[in-house]
Design a protein around this ligand. Structure first.
Ligand code: BDR
Ligand code: CA
Length: 312
């Protein structure tokens, strides 16, 4: 399996990313780290552990990370993910214990303890933990296979007209991560807005008829209501598992090499990912952007993972 560290802030779609990362046989999930984002660190960490219990995750390190962005004050997404960060479903008491180590240390130690170029970092929240890890131990830059993150957009935004939420909440961290000199693949709104949990998809998941699949279908239902209210979408965009799907099978995506700059100074544009698609990129360019996704094949991966999970 492909080794990944999932750095997340569950969050409905982060929970789906956890399901996919745990359930898909092509992924070896080395660690789950949490970061302030959709809700406070305490809440998203609890959510991660509860979700882990539903799919009976064992032998995976869970570690909590940063409670605040590098520079900006905390900005949560309570209007979408609710006060708890995962409003709606009944969440079980966590049974896994959190690591005593800080997520930043878990990220560093996990990468350094694995063979060079074997670990892919998959951030699906703000980039605070990853930026901190880079500052604390720059040796990780040469050891990571690549960074595949959910965040940004070639055009548009959701947190603001110009900025996607994960970049918007910690643009300084994003700037550090995108410029580190390692390979970064940006899975942004341009593709995640095509990964919609339509009613037929939700029904298909429900028909798998296991506890975890029923939980997932309920979860997608709650997300759907919130998404409809806030964004006016008929079906919610399931952003975060798209990054995991890219690691499983990059062929589901169209990807282009392009310089990407993060706006940290804008009056109206802070958190914007400025993707330069004007010319052929310089050979040294290390940043890539997804421009299209095969959404049917994406949902097939989710279904496959749920079948694999079974009753958990
Ligand atoms: C991103 O923002 C968060 O609310 C979601 O979990 C996802 O990671 C989408 O913009
Ligand atoms: Ca997220």
């Amino acid at each position: 399996g492909k080794k990944i560290i999932l750095d997340c802030d569950p969050g409905y779609d982060d929970a789906v990313a956890l399901f996919l990362a745990h359930g898909h046989p092509d992924i070896e999930l080395l660690a789950v780290t949490t970061v302030v984002g959709n809700q406070t660190l305490e809440k998203v960490t609890r959510n991660a552990l509860s979700v882990a219990r539903i799919i009976k995750m064992e032998n995976v390190t869970f570690a909590a990370g940063c409670t605040q962005p590098l520079v900006k004050p905390i900005h949560t997404a309570a209007e979408i993910h609710g006060e708890s960060g995962l409003d709606g479903p009944v969440l079980p008491e966590p049974h896994l214990r959190l690591s005593l180590r800080h997520a930043v240390d878990v990220i560093i130690e996990t990468i350094l303890s694995q063979p060079k170029d074997s670990v892919t970092l998959v951030p699906t929240g703000g980039l605070t933990n990853i930026a901190m890890a880079l500052r604390k131990e720059p040796k990780i830059i040469d050891r990571v296979r690549e960074v595949v993150l959910m965040g940004g957009a070639i055009r548009g935004g959701n947190a603001t007209p110009c900025a996607e939420f994960n970049i918007y909440i910690d643009p300084e961290a994003a700037e550090i991560v995108f410029n580190a000199g390692w390979k970064v693949t940006m899975i942004g709104l341009d593709v995640t807005h095509k990964a919609l949990a339509t009613l037929p998809i939700r029904n298909q998941i429900r028909q798998i008829d296991t506890g975890p699949a029923r939980f997932l279908s309920d979860l997608l239902g709650f997300f759907s209501e919130k998404y409809q209210k806030v964004h006016g979408f008929d079906a919610p965009a399931i952003h975060d598992p798209c990054a995991v799907a890219y690691v499983i099978n990059p062929d589901l995506f169209t990807v282009q090499q392009a310089p990407i700059s993060i706006e940290t100074q804008g009056k109206h544009t802070t958190g914007m990912t400025v993707v330069d698609l004007r010319h052929r990129p310089p050979a040294t360019c290390q940043t890539y952007v997804a421009t299209d996704i095969n959404s049917e094949a994406f949902w097939a991966l989710i279904v496959e993972a749920m079948q694999h999970i079974g009753e958990g």
